[in-house]
Design a protein around this ligand. Structure first.
Ligand code: ZN
Length: 287
């Protein structure tokens, strides 16, 4: 079976949760090729195994090289494994009462966090990854064919009201109004944001940001306005990176885009580099 047919079959099984992003109407999968709504708005499956449901073309600043580096850091160098294990524990504990839970990664990028999080599951959670970047979703679909991959707009998610059991939103902008609309009542919302020591060694090496004042207070307070029973967990650990891992980290990190060339070049020469991952996990319920 081709990747395109596989994606069409997978979405067809769940066609009742999707809606047309143009008119909001019901959609159906036709001939393993397209998703078409009752008003004949048509969205095609790509041969790499995803569907493009954007209603306008978007200029996105992330490029292929960056997504490739991010995918290697997450999938191969396993930099975020402790996060993925914790996410899966929380998701499984909250969704075990459903025989089939639907989990959306909102702002999935190149799909690595979602793919890794669901790697160790035992089949009770089905993933949907959405991102506005076609480049990212194309890469995601090429590495994982058990998740439904969508190019789409977080401000206009092509999913009907109350359809999902959980949403993750990892180091990426949120759209809480839309998240609340597509989440079922009591649905689980998890947002992951950087803590004050996130990638601190990288920041110190290239940005001279030792005295950087950092707080998540506003983010947490906004989250609390939208979700109830909010819990915050801190997850902090360090990992030693070798040269190629460090180079991937530099490539994937927005921090290095504005840094001066010389400090980046000096950093690239390091044979070993210890990096801190410091994350806050915000967990809430949709009520
Ligand atoms: Zn339509």
């Amino acid at each position: 079976m081709s990747r395109k047919e596989n994606a069409a079959l997978l979405l067809n099984e769940h066609a009742n949760i999707f809606i047309c992003p143009v008119c909001g109407g019901k959609v159906e999968v036709v001939e393993h090729k397209s998703m078409i709504c009752s008003n004949r708005h048509t969205f095609d499956f790509a041969k790499q195994g995803y569907i493009n449901m954007l209603t306008r073309s978007m200029k996105v600043n992330y490029d292929k090289e960056l997504f490739g580096a991010r995918q290697r850091i997450i999938m191969k160098h396993n930099l975020y494994d402790p996060l993925h294990r914790r996410l899966l524990e929380v998701i499984q504990a909250e969704t075990e009462r459903h025989s089939h839970a639907l989990l959306l990664d909102a702002g999935a990028g190149e799909g690595s966090h979602l793919t890794k999080t669901l790697d160790q599951k035992e089949g009770s959670v089905t993933g949907i990854g959405i991102d506005i970047s076609k480049e990212g979703i194309r890469l995601a679909a090429s590495k994982c064919d058990t998740v439904m991959w969508l190019v789409g707009d977080l401000a206009n998610i092509p999913i009907k009201n109350d359809a999902l059991h959980a949403i993750i939103n990892i180091l990426s902008p949120a759209n809480y109004q839309e998240f609340k609309r597509v989440l079922a009542e009591n649905g689980l919302m998890i947002k992951v944001v950087p803590g004050k020591n996130y990638l601190i060694e990288l920041r110190e090496a290239i940005l001279d940001e030792r005295k950087h004042s950092f707080t998540n207070e506003e983010t947490i307070s906004l989250f609390k306005q939208h979700f109830s029973d909010v819990k915050t967990e801190e997850l902090t650990y360090t990992k030693a990176l070798n040269k190629s891992e460090l180079n991937d980290l530099i490539k994937m990190s927005p921090l290095s885009w504005n840094a001066d060339k010389e400090s980046i070049n000096n950093l690239r020469k390091r044979e070993q580099f210890e990096i801190t991952i410091d994350l806050s996990i915000l967990i809430g319920k949709n009520r």
